[in-house]
Design a protein around this ligand. Structure first.
Ligand code: C5P
Length: 223
């Protein structure tokens, strides 16, 4: 018999990039693969949680036993996340685009031959992690975000935790030379409190390992 320590718990996980349309054929996006978010959704489901995975466009199979909601834009991601509430656990692993094109063109933008380049006006996207972290009856009990930093990792991650209002931040060092960016391995620092007494450094491991370690910590939290 497999133990299901998170049975009865609901989780919502964000994963992948967002696509922000410019016109009917073009968009702004980023290189997020969705591997980490999908692995977390799978690990929470394996532990018995009822998981909704809200994912941007990725080329990964749906994790087993997970309800997957596919979206493209940051605003659609926010709507889908809010629709999945109430939840006990929220993990924001998506690489949400910071900006969207203020007014999506209804028709394909054309070069007009004048040599003048189209001037795209951008608007700021909603911050899904910060929105989920706001106090209120629907706030998940445990809200977790990520921070990729290139210097002063712990210090910046702690500031991000305070700014977003989330409970835990999983921080990693993506400075050139660490091999983290684009690589398959991650050294994670878990920031779970206001001071260093609760900090943890996890051994360097793959994204599936990080997902299982996070599921373990979540299980401990609710035990
Ligand atoms: O501010 P920054 O993008 O560095 O924060 C990263 C964390 O915030 C990640 O957990 C990411 O999923 C989340 N985030 C979000 N919505 C945004 C931007 C970031 O949920 N618009």
């Amino acid at each position: 018999p497999v133990s299901k320590p998170l049975s009865g718990k609901k989780a919502v996980v964000t994963s992948g990039p967002t696509y922000e349309p410019i016109d009917p054929v073009r968009y702004i996006a980023n290189r997020s693969s969705g591997k980490q978010g999908h692995a977390i959704a799978a690990a929470l489901a394996a532990a018995g949680a009822d998981v909704t995975l809200v994912s941007g466009p990725v080329s990964l199979p749906d994790p087993m036993g997970v309800k997957v909601v596919r979206i493209e834009t940051a605003r659609q991601m926010l709507d889908a996340v809010l629709a999945a509430l109430p939840a006990d656990i929220a993990v924001c692993a998506a690489a949400v685009a910071d900006w969207r094109v203020a007014e999506e063109a209804g028709q394909k933008l054309k070069k007009d031959g004048s040599g003048v380049i189209a001037d795209l006006k951008l608007s700021e996207n909603p911050d899904i992690l910060a929105t989920l972290s706001q106090k209120g009856p629907k706030r998940p009990q445990l809200v977790i975000g990520f921070a990729a930093e290139t210097e002063n990792v712990i210090e910046h991650a702690r500031a991000k935790r305070a700014r977003k209002g989330c409970d835990w931040i999983l921080a990693n060092d993506v400075a050139p030379g660490t091999g983290t960016f684009g690589g398959d391995h991650n050294e994670i620092f878990l920031i779970s409190g206001v001071d260093a007494t609760s900090d943890e450094t996890w051994p360097r491991q793959g994204k599936n390992g990080v997902a299982r370690a996070l599921a373990e910590r979540i299980i401990q939290h609710f035990a």
